[in-house]
Each structure stands twice: as C-alpha cells, then as structure tokens.
Design a protein around this ligand. Structure first.
Ligand code: ADP
Length: 509
C-alpha cells in the first residue's frame, strides 16, 4: 500500500487530494512555487517543499524538479491532479523510471488517448461511434477545403493535442477555411507545442455528456454514470450536474456500456472520463477521453457516495475495484458551480487580488472545495478558479433551490467573482427546466444580464459599498454625539435606534 504521496499540483485540487490522504492515513507532501508560499495546500499537507519561481514552467511544469523532490522526500507515489502534468507522458515515464507510482493510467494509454487523432482511431477500431471527421493530420489549407467539401459545413478544425477549448475553430463556409486553418494551427503550436490539426463535423447545439470510468490493474472496468457539462463559455465548462436532465434511462445505460467498451479497448487503468456529444435527436458520438481526474468529479461523488481520489489511490496500489457495476446506483441530484475570480461585466477578465472577507455557505447537502481564506492574496500566475460549490439534494428541483441559496450565502469581498453570474444561470428558465445544450450561455445572454441587473444586484462591489456607507454613517453619528470610538459612545447609537423604534412602535416599547 502507498504510504506517502507527493501532490504535483496546487489550489483546490491539491487540498482535495490531501484530505483523502489524511483519511487514509497516507502522508501528504505539498510542492509549491514562490507565489504559493501562503497557499492552503502548503499549510494542510504533512510536508511541503518549494519547487521554484512563480511561473508554472519553472515550478509546477518542471518535471525533473518534481521527480527529484519526490525521490528526495521518500514518497512512493505522485498524484498529478488535473491540468499541469496530469496528462504528460514524459512525467509519467520519469516517475516510473525513478520507482515512483504515477497515480493515473499507463503512459501508453495517455499517449493513445491524449492525442485526439489517435484516440479517434482506437475508438473506431473498438466499434464506438465517433464524431464524423478525419483521422489524419491536415497538411494544408487546400486539403482542409477539400475535406470540408466532402463532409459538408459546418465543421470544426481542431488541435490534436487540444485541451481547455483551445486550438479550435468553427467553420461555416468555404470562405472561412484558410483563415481558420492557419489560426487553429498557430494557437495549437503556442498552447501545446504541437501544430497538428484535423477536422470534425460540427454537431449543432449538442449536449456535452461524459461518463466517469474506473479500471483496476486486474482488467475490471466499470462506469460511474454521467455528468451533463453543457453550460460552457468558449468551450469551457462553467456548471456541471449529475445525472444529466437530457438522457433517458435507456440511453444512459447504453452510453454507460459504450463508455466501458471504450475504456476496455485501451485496457484503461485508473479514473478516466469518456466525453460524448449528444445531438437533439439523442444520437451520440465519442468526443475525447480525459485520462485523469476531472474538475467536475465531485458531482459523481455526491450522487454515488464515493471518494474518487481514494479509489484512484487504491487502484494505483494494485487493489481490485471495490465495486461491481451493479453496486453503482445514482441517488438524488448534484450540481457544481465553478467559482472564479473574474469580472463577468468585463469579458470575464481574471481578477486576482487580496481576499478581504469570506462567508462560506454550508448546511445540508452543501460542499465547498476551495483553497482560499481571508487575508490570502490570489496570485496572478494561475487559473482564476478559486473554489467549487457543490450541492446535493433528492431531486434536481431541490438541488437548484439549494444551489441558489448557497450562492446567496457565499460572500467573498476584496475581489470580483462570478457568483452573481452563476446565480443568474440558476434562475434562467432553460436551466431550471433542464432544456439546455452547449449554446445555452450564448442563447441566454440577455436573460442572464436582465436577471442580474433586475433582481439580484448582489455583486461584491455593492456589498462593499454598502459596508462603507454603513461605517461612514456610524462614524458621523458618533461624531455628532462627541465620541470618536464606539466604546466611547456605548449607548448613544443604540439609544438612537430605540428612539426610532419607539416612534415607529417597532420594538413595542
Ligand atoms: P478540449 O479538449 O479543448 O476540451 P473538446 O474536444 O473536449 O476540447 O471539446 C470541448 C467543447 O467544444 C465540447 O464540449 C463542445 O461544446 C465543443 N465541441 C468540440 N467538438 C465539437 C464538435 N465536433 N461539434 C460541436 N461542438 C464541439
């Protein structure tokens, strides 16, 4: 059994992994950059080591430094979380070569499924329906035009190494092909160091529905049902839920079986996700596989009552799966909102900065996976996601109600967050009725801003302004009464309220 794990990540996911390690009696080791000295994962872990300057390239992405630190501290495994090195096969191989268990699938599987072209080939060979398109690299804009005329518009030109919605261009007519080809290629090169692009048919207004997979080292593979991830901005997920309100029970079972077929075809070991696109007629196609833990994994944990990080650790330790497919039953409903330090009124510009005050929601069915605290300064070097708010309830309707109340309760001052924006989503009819697809945010732009301006002007800025006004009034009242501090006028302000109450008959005095 694994005894000591290095967490090669930061933020909420590092905190999340440390918590599972603690429950399991495993020693956790945090690695941190210079910008993260005061980060919560550093404080929570049993041990912590500095791995270099703030830019990720010089710290969280420096594989040699991380392997070196892992060997030096005597850890037997490394958990990469998501992002950073989680799908980097050089890293997985270097870990294995140094005798460290990489908590994830085999490096060959990451190679096979991490490249979208090679993943498409493997899935076609396994008989899994794949989004129509080509399985080779595009060599020129002219070839792109040729392929478009064969498969018909609209199409999407995509980076083979893509991720995070980058290196993707929607093309609706022949006139747009050359420009889309060139820009997708250069974005792919800049973001992933690989300019390989290919073409897929663009599925109009689809649902993004994914299935969680678990596979052990003994050939057992099960699925852990679905997550609906169609609330997206620029192809990046904003809100996720499980189960999907769109799937029928029959289709859910069928897609679950297909997901297992897909994972078996590559001998998958560990936790992974098979992503599908589902059109309005409920045709579905394999989109890609993520060979790691997903940001949205908590909604699966909530409806199944499982700890996916623990399962990952057991699998990496060589234990057979603890569950059979028939043991896996979805109960109730769960929703996750990604809380980001960004300005929804200013093109979602990241807003790092000092957190002045936080009131976290809690109560029945409310979970906050976060790494921020009062007085913490969010560094500008990393992802703007600062927290995930997850709710669970017996039905979807109750889960939405719970999420609205929890978002109302969640107060973060000092920085701008997308909390009011998320609350508006929770109150948009298409979301409430579960009748939405990946075009939701585009289609509902007006409904969302109308809601925000009309009903819920609870932006942090406003709260701060009100607090300032209240403090100023208090100060002026005290000055009028000849006192400079509240202690010097212990009853003055109170009496004033009493007077007011008496006059209005509010206090019944
Ligand atoms: P990434 O790896 O960058 O996350 P994905 O291939 O997973 O990219 O796609 C991200 C999102 O982009 C999908 O959830 C979907 O909204 C949209 N998308 C991708 N491919 C297609 C397609 N062929 N048709 C329609 N939408 C697509």
């Amino acid at each position: 059994m694994i005894k000591k794990i290095v967490i090669a990540n930061r933020g909420e996911i590092a905190v999340r992994i440390i918590r599972s390690c603690r429950e399991m009696g495993i020693c956790s080791v945090a690695l941190y950059s210079d910008a993260d000295r005061m980060s919560k994962h550093v404080m929570l872990a049993d041990e912590a080591y500095n791995i270099g300057p703030a830019p990720s390239k010089e710290s969280y992405l420096d594989l040699d430094k991380i392997v070196e630190a892992t060997v030096a501290c005597g850890a037997d495994a490394v958990h990469p979380g998501y992002g950073f090195l989680s799908e980097n096969t050089d890293f997985a191989r270097k870990c294995e070569a140094a005798g460290i268990t990489f908590i994830g699938p085999r490096a060959e599987t990451i190679d096979q499924m991490g490249d979208k072209i090679s993943a498409r080939k493997s899935m076609i060979a396994a008989g899994v329906p794949v989004v129509p398109g080509i399985q080779r690299q595009l060599e020129s804009a002219a070839e792109a035009e040729q392929v478009c005329s064969e498969i018909g518009f609209p199409v999407i030109i995509k980076a083979a190494s893509g991720g995070g919605g980058k290196g993707m261009r929607l093309v609706r007519s022949a006139a747009e092909v050359a420009e889309a080809y060139t820009s997708a290629k250069s974005e792919a090169l800049a973001s992933f160091g690989d300019e390989t692009v290919y073409i897929e048919k663009y599925i109009e207004e689809p649902h993004h529905i994914e299935f969680q997979i678990l596979g052990d080292k003994h050939g057992n593979i099960i699925h852990l049902y679905d997550r609906e991830c169609s609330i997206q901005r620029r192809h990046q997920k904003v809100v996720e839920e499980s189960p999907s309100p769109f799937l029928t029970p029959e289709l859910r079972q069928e897609m679950g079986r297909t997901a297992v077929t897909a994972a078996k075809a590559v001998g998958y070991v560990g936790a992974g996700t098979i992503e599908f696109l589902v059109d309005k007629n409920r045709n579905y196609w394999f989109l890609e596989m993520n060979t790691r833990l997903q940001v949205e994994h908590p909604v699966t944990e909530e409806v199944l009552g499982l700890d996916l990080v623990k399962e990952q650790i057991y699998i990496a330790s060589g234990e057979p799966l603890h569950l059979k497919q028939t043991d896996v039953i979805q109960r109730g409903h769960s929703i996750e909102c990604r809380i980001c330090a960004e300005d929804a009124d200013n093109q979602f510009m990241p807003c790092p900065g000092l957190i002045k005050q936080i009131t976290e929601p809690n109560g029945l069915g409310v979970r906050v996976d976060s790494y921020i605290y009062e007085g913490y300064e969010i560094p500008l070097y990393y992802d703007p996601m600062i927290s995930k708010l997850i709710v669970r309830a017996t039905t979807r309707k109750y889960a939405i109600e719970r999420m609205r109340a929890a978002l109302d309760e969640y107060k973060i001052t000092g920085i701008k967050t997308n909390i009011p924006y998320l609350n508006a989503i929770m109150n948009t009819p298409d979301f409430v009725h579960g009748t939405y697809d990946t075009a939701f945010l585009e289609k509902n732009e007006e409904a969302i801003s109308t809601y925000r301006l009309g009903n819920h002007p609870e932006d942090t800025e406003l709260i701060e302004d009100m607090a300032m006004i209240a403090a100023q009034i208090n100060y002026l009242v005290m000055q009028e009464e000849g006192a400079t501090t509240p202690a010097a006028a212990p009853t003055g302000t109170l009496n004033r309220w009493r007077e007011f109450g008496k006059r209005k008959g509010v206090l019944g005095m």
